[in-house]
Design a binder for this molecule. Sequence first.
Ligand code: CA
Length: 409
Amino acid sequence: MFSPLALRRDIAVLCASLLLCLSFLSAPTARADDRGFQDWIREFRKTAIAEGISPEVFDRAFKGITSPDQWVLDKASYQPEFKAPVWQYFDNRVTKGAVRRGQAKKKELQPWLDKIEQRFGVNPNILLAIWSIESSFGAILDNDTVMRNVIRSLATLAYADPQRSKFGRQQLLAALEILQSGDIDESHLMGSWAGAMGHTQFIPTSYLAYAVDIDGDGRRDIWNSVPDALATAASLLSKNGWRRGETWGYEVTIPDRKLPAGELTLADWQNKWGVKRANGKPFPRPNDKAELKLPAGRDGPAFLMLKNFFVIKRYNNSDRYATAVGLLADRIGGGSGLVHDWERPFTPIDSTQVEEMQKILKAKGLYKGEIDGKAGSGTRGAIEAFEKSIGVEVQGYPSKEVLEQLRKH
Ligand SMILES: [Ca+2]
């Protein structure tokens, strides 16, 4: 009896392990998916044209796009097993390296930062912190694995991800509008798997709402112009109520008593409730209203958050995100960091000690990377391998405890 399945099995037997045959055998399903995707693009073309996208712009944007981007779907379906602990979230973002690079970029871009501050009123340190956290000062834009064709990514989400189908369609229309505006051409319209674009990672609808051409070359280019990207971030904050000349919040100490939720003036927090600045200085604007936030509970650092903290959340609606931006900005501005540090489940070590750790791990054949004092994923993986080898709990933290074990073994 003949059946396609039997035929495929016969081919499989005939050509055994030849790669060519394997690709032949897997081809039919792939082709069917691609056909569905191409049908979807043809349907979507009508919608886009009805929305004012010219057929020429649409056809240029989709030229060569014939299959969904599986990598995008893999990213979209990834669910982290657990939320990173608070200390780890901040340790990964408010780093010495980010502070150093932020300060170097500040010198390099001073005239642009001044111009942006004059126009939008946003503190340059905040913009540098956002740039660092969003794209590592643009470093991720050079990563070809992570940076994808935005049209293909969004079409993939719209076609194949039921949870993000509406988002994908909406952003795809906005992306086509960006191409139609001529700010960027289709070969440079690159972004993250979810369509976040350029140095400051704007999704297309936000780009349309806030993008700025501050360098005056006639194009709002957040991909190649750092001044445009930073001005665009400033424009978003400004349009969402950023208050010129004001900060985002203060680290405070709290008394051991129940404290009210909601907003009070800084003066009331201090005089009625005993909440004071952690560094002992007075509040410069005691009549401003602030809300108390304890990101790691009562045992961690405490903050009184001002209006600008909530404006930063318009960039990314997360307390952790806005706090990390504020803390990194303060450090870039020369601040010395938290008075009451995050509680960590280990004793942290400095970069010289991380170097010592890397040397010992390298000598043991567990670490192959640079001896650079930075505990990146290579170092943490090596620590995990070491912990496994001596039969202790595998955590992968660059801790004093692990260093002491390494010196002994
Ligand atoms: Ca420009």
